[in-house]
Design a protein around this ligand. Structure first.
Ligand SMILES: Cc1ncc(COP(=O)(O)O)c(C=O)c1O
Length: 413
């Protein structure tokens, strides 16, 4: 039997370390067989070409075409961003040294919250240490035991963890299926929250928001939209998929992260002033955790200014995504339902995904293999992130390598 992580979740015995030894045995065997492809240390900035240490051979693989980083707009390594970080370090030093409600807030944090609220067209916004903690803090900060939360079945782990922590009744509706959402919300009296994403992180498809919003409204529920992968990318002003559908004013809570399009770190929630004031007292993942380092915030502030001042970056990103989609689909590659810069390259062979990943790495492409339990069984894939900075040459060469490897291995004809 081929094990995976899930086989080491429960075990017999009264020792908290009971699973460590069997796990270590398994890990020692499977790491060289493919699991080593996680946590490969980069030796350079997450730009379109990267130097990566191949931990199996010890070699540094130079100039790999990077389809693994979230740096969608190529902002993390821009001079303006680096300069802002350097200036901040001279003033504030390394860390913030405090919870945001005590001593950890600097003028840079306030500036970022204000800019984010203005960008989203909301009364207020609140900053979290990560996108993960934003979901956990907002969901558990708002919902209680006896309430109902219904999320899309492809919801990110941070949404799921927020649901668990809230102790509310948790249900999932079939992906993007408004009828199923309707069923799940029916016959429940009480506080209800619906959670969707703008762009789904493993599939790259956008939410069927208008239908889902209609159902949400019909049941008097509130909606939280996680636009981790769509803020600064979708919509006329880059506010996200909600703006794309003209629903940004109607939806109550807009969540996102600074780790994707802005290439930084941290999360945010934008909404009414009353929502933000309430969460200040109840979003435990924020106030029981150290505030983001001022250097990080300075970098995000600069990246946000660039994203706002240069809408052509998101146009270029979408052009690049379309180019790559065409290069791949013309050769028969299955990219699922993606209509964004997140492109799944469906392999649907859990046993071979790592072998293919190794070949791609050796031939010049850095891309993430994804398999169960991160996605469903037999839904293994490579998760490709496109950047506005990729050149036509990067896209063509990358697609050519991917197609060659998939064809050689019989994944495509
Ligand atoms: C939809 C979604 N929400 C939240 C997060 C968490 O964001 P962060 O990595 O900034 O913690 C992610 C990260 O991949 C995500 O895909």
């Amino acid at each position: 039997m081929d094990y995976d992580y899930t086989n080491f979740y429960f075990g017999a015995g009264d020792d908290a370390f009971a699973l460590l030894e069997p796990f270590a045995d398994w890990w020692g065997e499977v790491k060289p067989r493919g699991y080593y492809q996680y946590e490969l240390p980069l030796q350079s900035a997450p730009s379109t070409r990267v130097d990566v240490k191949d931990t199996k051979t010890g070699e540094i693989r130079k100039g790999l075409i990077n389809f693994a980083s979230y740096n969608y707009l190529g902002l993390s390594y821009r001079d303006e961003v680096k300069r802002a970080i350097k200036e901040a370090v001279d003033i504030f030093g390394g860390g913030s040294s405090g919870s945001p409600i005590l001593s950890g807030t600097t003028r840079l944090h306030d500036e970022l919250a204000e800019k984010m609220a203005a960008f989203k067209g909301k009364e207020a916004a609140m900053i979290f240490p990560t996108g993960y903690s934003a979901n956990v803090g907002v969901i558990a900060g708002l919902m209680r035991s006896g309430d109902l939360i219904v999320a899309d079945q492809y919801a990110h782990a941070s949404i799921v963890d927020g649901m668990i922590l809230s102790k509310a009744k948790s249900r999932f509706f079939r992906h993007n299926n408004a009828e199923d959402l309707d069923r799940k919300l029916s016959r429940f009296e009480g506080k209800k929250l619906v959670i969707v994403e703008g762009v789904y992180s493993m599939d790259g498809d956008t939410s069927t928001l208008p239908e889902l919003w209609e159902v949400t409204k019909k049941h008097g529920a509130r909606m939280l939209i996680d636009e981790a992968h769509s803020t600064f990318i979708f919509g006329e002003n880059g506010r996200g998929v909600a703006e794309h559908y003209g629903l940004d004013d109607e939806i109550d809570m807009h969540l996102g992260t600074f780790s994707k399009s802005l290439g930084g770190q941290g999360g945010f929630i934008a909404g009414s002033q009353a929502l933000i004031d309430y969460l200040r007292g109840f979003a435990r993942s924020r106030f029981f955790s150290c505030a983001l380092a001022p250097t990080v915030v300075a970098g995000i502030n600069a990246a946000l200014d660039l994203a706002v001042a240069h809408p052509e970056l998101r146009t270029k990103l979408m052009e690049n995504a379309c180019t790559m989609m065409k290069l791949l689909t013309d050769e028969g590659v299955d990219v699922g339902d993606s209509n964004s810069q997140v492109i799944p390259i469906m392999v649907r062979n859990d046993a071979r995904i790592f072998d293919l990943g190794e070949e791609l790495l050796r031939e010049g492409v850095f891309i993430n293999p994804v398999k169960y339990p991160a996605v469903g069984k037999h839904k293994s894939r490579f998760r490709m992130s496109i950047s506005a900075d990729h050149t036509q040459e990067d896209l063509e060469e990358g697609a050519e390598i991917i197609v060659r490897v998939l064809r050689r291995n019989g994944i495509i004809e």
